[in-house]
Design a protein around this ligand. Sequence first.
Ligand code: ATP
Length: 309
Amino acid sequence: MLSVVPRPVVVRAPSKVNLHLAVGDLRDDGYHELNTVFQALSLSDTVSVVPAETLSVTVRGEDARVVPTDSSNLVWQAAELLAAESGRRPDVEIAIDKGIPVAGGMAGGSADAAATLVGLNALWQLDLSREELDGFAAKLGSDVPFSLHGGTAVGTGRGERLLPVLSRSTFHWVLALAKGGLSTPTVFRELDRLRADGNPPRLGGPEDLMHALTTGDAATLAPLLGNDLQSAALSLNPGLRRTLRAGVAAGALAGIVSGSGPTCAFLCAEADAAVRVSAELAGAGVCRTVRVASGPVPGARIINDAAEG
Ligand code: ATP
C-alpha cells in the first residue's frame, strides 16, 4: 500500500495542423517521405499521471468511448518504454481528458504520448534531457516529437526530424470536427492508389509558405496552405468537400483537410472572424461540431506544480 496520497502531475499537449504536407513516394520501410510544416494549436488534451499499484488508463472527454484503454493506447506504450529504459515498473494511473478529436488528423494520440513522457519524466524525477525525450518520442510515433516541441516546425523523414520555424504572430483557426474518423494508414494507401491510377498534382517545397509565416499575415499565408493527403481524404469522405466550401463561404480565408483528416481547418483573418465563421459553420449542418483555436502554442508542458509536491 502507498502510505501518502500522491499528487498527480498534469500535462497539457497541443493538437496540430499541417500548414504544408508534401507526401513523397513510399519508402522500403513502408513509410512515405514527408516534407511538412506543422503548427501546434490550442485545442488540446490534458493527461495526468499519478503513482498506482499497477498501470492503468482512463479516458474522458471528446470521443472518449472510442479510445482504447489497453496497451494499444500510445500513453500505455509511452509509460512502458520510459519504465523499461529507467529500470522501474510502469505502475501509474494515466488519466486522459480529450479535447482533440480521435482519428481526426490532429495527432491526438501523439499529443497524449508526448504528455505522458513529460509527466513521467517529472513524476519519476528522471531528469531526461530534451534530446533523450526526443529519442523516446520518435520511437512512439512520427508525430510525437512535434507534440513535445509545439510551435511551428518543418518536419522531414516520417515527420519526426524537426526544425523550428520562425512564426511571427498568432493565427486564428476554426476546426470542423467530422462524424467518425479516418485511419491514417488507410488515407496514405488511398493516396498511393490515386497516384497509381493517375497523376494527382503534388505540392512543391514549403519555401513560400515559410516566408509568409515570417510576415505574420494570415491573408498571405492562406493561399499557400496545402496538403497532398487532401485528395485521398476527400476520395474516402466526399462530404468533406461541402464542409470545405461552407467554411470559405462563411468567411474563412482558406480551408484545408488537417493531416489525414477528416477534421477541416479554416484559417481566419483574426479572432473575431474565427468566432463568426465558427457560428455560421455550426449552423450549416456540414460537420459534427466546431471549435475555435489559435496557434502556434507550446508543446507538451506541465500545468501544475505537483511534481515537487
Ligand atoms: P495523426 O494525425 O497523428 O495521424 P490522428 O489524430 O488522426 O493521428 P489519433 O487521434 O492519434 O489519430 O488516433 C488514431 C487511433 O489511435 C485511434 O483510432 C485509436 O484507436 C488509437 N489511439 C491510441 N492511443 C490513443 C490516444 N491516446 N488517443 C486517441 N487515440 C488513440
